[in-house]
Design a protein around this ligand. Structure first.
Ligand code: AMP
Ligand code: ZN
Length: 663
């Protein structure tokens, strides 16, 4: 019996592939076989391993709570590391993996540090907190950090906080003592449903870290008589004279630090419909693991009875400066606004993208200049791609040869490796390296075409530019809207045609009048000078780069005038560096030549030891040969032999130099 169906050969898929019947006498339809592709894994501080990312309900919604700033002073680059770092992760989740993230963040506006600082300044603590809250929000905006979906202030959650504490007391996991309320660590940890210190088990009993978490106004003596166990921490602190306080069933006081996040996160996520106020992701800097996050989790699990309030705990690595954590207390901080005076928000973002979010990172000139150079390389690539795209429509249709196939494959490989790296706990440095690889492949392709004097295939170059742009948009390096490359300054739209054209038309008028004058006077050299001036002095200031190409009319590229200026400066620096290197080499050669002109006997008299000071020989014979060493001892046979060699060597050089001079 023929195995042909309706005249068609049978499907040749591997056995086991599901074949779907399509109709009598018709060949079956085959489902494409796929090898498995990586999916997102996140380094979870709860497991200390990279684990598959699955949402609470299986939907696209991601509930994410981030511990916000304590607003008592200017935010520094350490804060930027955490908030900008997580902004990048949020953008990847939304823009690449297509999740719908709901980000909730608090503002800690009641805190011992705020109270202390406002007392020192003689102002209301709310005034201080509101001031630094606005500054923080402005810093984030200037860095291009997306706004959270919900922001909460502790001071606006007092009823929720006290009720929450009452529920923990009712469950037997907290107790009142002298107007304060403490979490009963032993009762919680001893309960078989619960576990304390899931993030940092070694934190249990770490008195120093725990005391830091209790606040600068809480002297150790406050607790000694009140706490059942030294591990217990404050949920509610009785306020002393002069400290702000709120009414509560426990008396006048204020919340402890950790309780705010448990209450506000649970409240908002319950409102968003999750059971027990649970969440997918909880994040903060690595210093928050213990006691803050472990205590937050203990409180929430004590209050709700649930065993896993947070599914993924994610921690950002610290920003260090000269080996120390950047912090207020060490006074080694650079504020975000100071950093923005030195570098653009895009360069700072680039810098963080070049480091894994959870690795410790050092902030210094070198770190930033690496980011600036990387930005420059990508910018050059975008400009090259855009110059290629400026051809005619008919150029779009072109056949792929070997070189295009190679570039096309490089694009596909870059897409795959980008996907793998993003799935591997948001490995942005790997992505940047892979994109840089694609940029290099494109540059090589364009260079080859240039050398062969043939037009590049436009669409394959465009694909490379579009893909790099797409990933840069995901990372927040390029705003939505642009098709390829960094936007060209001037802010977001809005300028009239006249505003846009005016500087260019002014340049045309100036150029035309100078050209006419030079032509009338038949000053041909001046004409060429004017053309060079247009290219080197006038157009760069307008954001236009002209490039001469032998045998063609050349190309123009648009770029940010600041970028062009910086590139020009860098080029000039490079020229200067090369010139001074050349001068140094020439000086060295001249000195050598001068030395060659010293007669051999004089040469040996000048010869010094390694210290370049002590003369090597102290006495000489009539023949000019040395007889005694630097210490006045007579030379032995071996030393004499060596000296003779030195003499002969210089003699050769000397004779050659003299001969050269006489020529
Ligand atoms: P704070 O305002 O001190 O409560 O800190 C706000 C957030 O910034 C927390 O998540 C901290 O972990 C984080 N943070 C503070 N300093 C640094 C630093 N040097 N590097 C990274 N993150 C930091
Ligand atoms: Zn928190």
């Amino acid at each position: 019996m023929s195995s042909f169906i309706n005249g068609c050969p049978p499907a040749t898929d591997p056995p086991g592939t599901p074949l779907t019947f399509t109709g009598p006498g018709m060949p079956p339809w085959t489902l494409p076989l796929q090898s498995s592709r990586p999916s997102l894994k996140i380094l979870n501080s709860l497991t200390k391993t990279k684990v598959d990312f699955k949402t609470l309900t299986g939907s696209n919604n991601v509930r994410w709570y981030m511990c916000g700033p304590t607003v008592y002073d200017a935010s520094h680059m350490g804060h930027a590391r955490t908030y900008l770092g997580f902004d990048i992760i949020r953008r990847i989740l939304e823009g690449y993996f297509r999740y719908d993230v709901s980000l909730v963040m608090n503002i800690t506006d009641i805190d011992d540090k705020i109270i202390k600082r406002s007392n020192e300044r003689g102002i209301e603590f709310t005034e201080l907190a509101r001031h630094w809250e606005v500054e923080y929000l402005k810093d984030m905006e200037d860095l291009g950090v997306l706004k959270p979906d919900v922001m909460t202030r502790v001071s606006e959650f007092m009823p929720e906080i006290t009720e929450y504490i009452e529920r923990i007391i009712e469950k037997g996991f907290a107790y009142e003592a002298n107007g304060s309320v403490y979490f009963d660590v032993n009762s919680f940890h001893g309960d078989e449903r619960h576990c304390y210190c899931k993030l940092l088990p070694t934190g249990m009993g770490n008195a120093e870290l725990l005391a830091e978490g209790e606040g600068v106004l809480s002297g150790a003596s406050d607790f000694v008589n009140e706490k059942k166990a030294s591990n217990d921490f404050a949920l509610w602190k009785k306020s002393k004279e002069g400290e702000p306080s709120w009414d509560s069933p426990f008396g006048q006081g204020r919340p402890g630090w950790h309780i705010e996040c448990s209450v506000m996160a649970s409240d908002i996520f319950k409102k968003m419909g999750t059971e027990d106020g649970k969440m997918d992701i909880h994040s903060g800097g690595v210093d928050l693991k213990f006691p803050h996050h472990d205590n937050e989790m203990a409180q929430a699990e004590a209050e709700s009875g649930c065993g896993q309030w947070v599914n993924y705990f994610v921690h950002a690595g610290h920003l260090h400066i000269k080996g120390f954590k950047m912090s207020k207390s060490l006074k080694n901080f650079i504020t975000i606004q100071q950093a923005l005076e030195q570098n653009s928000a895009r360069q700072i973002r680039m810098c963080f993208l070049l480091h894994k979010y959870n690795d410790p990172m050092d902030y210094g000139d070198e770190t930033m200049s690496h980011a600036v150079v990387t930005e420059g390389n990508f910018n050059k690539f975008f400009l090259n791609v855009k110059a290629v795209l400026r051809g005619e429509h008919k150029d779009d249709v072109a056949k792929w040869g070997e070189e295009e196939t190679k570039l096309g494959n490089a694009i596909d490989e870059c897409k795959e490796s980008t996907h793998e790296a993003l799935c591997d706990d948001f490995d942005t440095p790997k992505v940047m390296a892979s994109l840089q690889g694609l940029v290099n492949a494109t540059n090589l392709y364009l260079q080859a075409k240039d050398e062969q004097k043939v037009k590049p295939v436009v669409l394959v170059v465009r694909s490379a530019g579009v893909y790099v742009t797409r990933i840069f948009k995901v990372f927040g390096l390029i705003p939505e809207g642009a098709e390829i490359g960094f936007p060209l300054g001037g802010g977001e739209g809005g300028a009239s045609k006249e505003d846009l054209l005016a500087p260019f038309l002014d340049a045309v008028l100036d150029f035309r009048s100078s050209i006419r004058l030079a032509a009338r006077n038949k000053e041909f050299e001046e004409l060429l000078k004017l053309c060079d001036g247009l290219r080197d002095d006038v157009l760069p200031g307008l954001g236009v780069q002209l490039e001469d190409k032998e045998g063609t009319k050349g190309v123009w590229k648009l770029a940010n005038p600041e970028d062009i200026k910086r590139q020009k400066e860098q080029k000039e620096l490079e020229v200067q560096r090369k010139a001074s290197e050349k001068a140094a080499r020439e000086k060295e050669a001249a000195e050598k030549e001068k030395l060659n002109l010293v007669p051999p006997s004089d040469f040996l008299r000048q010869l010094t030891l390694d210290d370049a000071k002590t003369l090597k020989y102290s006495k000489f014979g009539e023949d000019g040969m040395p007889t005694h060493n630097n210490e006045g001892e007579e030379l032995n046979k071996n030393q004499m032999k060596k000296a003779k060699k030195e003499f002969e060597g210089q003699k050769k050089k000397y004779e050659k130099a003299i001969a050269k001079q006489q020529k």
